[in-house]
Design a protein around this ligand. Structure first.
Ligand code: ADP
Ligand code: MG
Length: 247
């Protein structure tokens, strides 16, 4: 086990230019100088009210948005525009809304198989099919249903498809962007258990984003609290249950 953090984020900023006049733009400081780290195999919870910059932070870490300023290190290496493609396999994301994030006209096998295609992770069709089935088993989906379409599945099952897709490239780090917020409360705990089981099995590190402290409290090693683009508190997950959003 290495001694440095798996993912180390330093002074990250993401400013969006907002047009305020014919010639003027004013920066919207969605993420404004945040720093944190995530160790191998651990979970950092990132909580804060809607609009405080959590999604922007998660996407900027993965270079889905180019950072305005700051650095992201993966396993001690600075990630840049030039080398990010070498890290795409290591760092993945599970999106908030499993309805809009999956193409309903694609089959499960297509959705989970796409990253296998992109990263050339099989040598023949049979191996691809095997890998898709294995990934479905891993996330608790019935692999007999590989040829069904995403729209035929419930919200919880769709989120399992999204998780399997993220796992396809065997990542070491996953940004989980409010992955249970869009789901029925009755399903949320099952999906969280799945994330936890996968972490134990595969030693994956999570940045687990939530607006509700209760969701992340029991599964996080540490929790960072965001407010208006900044991290206002980082604490051990055992800090008071009521701070600062109640629940
Ligand atoms: N692509 C974008 N362009 C301009 N503003 C954005 C963009 N994405 C997010 N924002 C703004 O940045 C702020 C943070 O948004 P977001 O990261 O989605 O917050 P959260 O995920 O915590 O709800 C909000 O004010 C939002 O309106
Ligand atoms: Mg968000």
């Amino acid at each position: 086990m290495s001694t440095q953090p798996l993912v180390d984020v330093r002074h990250l900023k993401q400013y969006f230019p907002i047009r305020t006049g014919f010639f003027e733009t004013t920066p919207l400081k969605a993420v404004d100088d945040i720093s944190f780290y995530v160790n191998e195999g651990e979970t950092l919870g990132l909580v804060g009210e809607s609009g405080c910059g959590k999604t922007t932070a998660g996407r900027t870490i993965l270079h889905l948005y180019k950072p305005t300023a700051g650095e992201i290190y993966y396993d001690g290496n600075l990630i840049t525009e030039k080398n990010i493609k070498n890290y795409r396999k290591e760092m993945q994301i599970v999106f908030q809304d499993p309805y809009s994030s999956l193409d309903p006209r694609m089959t499960v096998a297509d959705i989970i198989g796409e990253p296998l295609d992109i990263h050339h992770l099989y040598s023949n069709k049979a191996e691809r099919t095997d890998k898709v089935r294995h990934l479905m088993d891993l996330v608790g989906l019935n692999s007999e249903q590989a040829n069904r379409y995403a729209h035929e599945f419930s919200g919880g099952q769709r989120q399992r498809i999204g998780i399997a897709r993220a796992l396809a490239v065997d990542p070491n780090f996953i940004v989980c962007d409010e992955p249970v917020s869009a789901l029925d409360v009755s399903i949320q705990a099952q999906i969280i258990n799945t994330f936890e089981d996968l972490q134990k099995k595969l030693n994956i590190a999570y940045l687990f984003i939530a607006h509700d402290l209760l969701v992340v409290r029991h599964m996080s090693n540490r929790i960072a609290v965001m407010y208006l683009g900044r991290i206002v508190e980082t604490a051990d997950a055992s800090f008071p249950q009521t701070y600062p959003f109640g629940g």
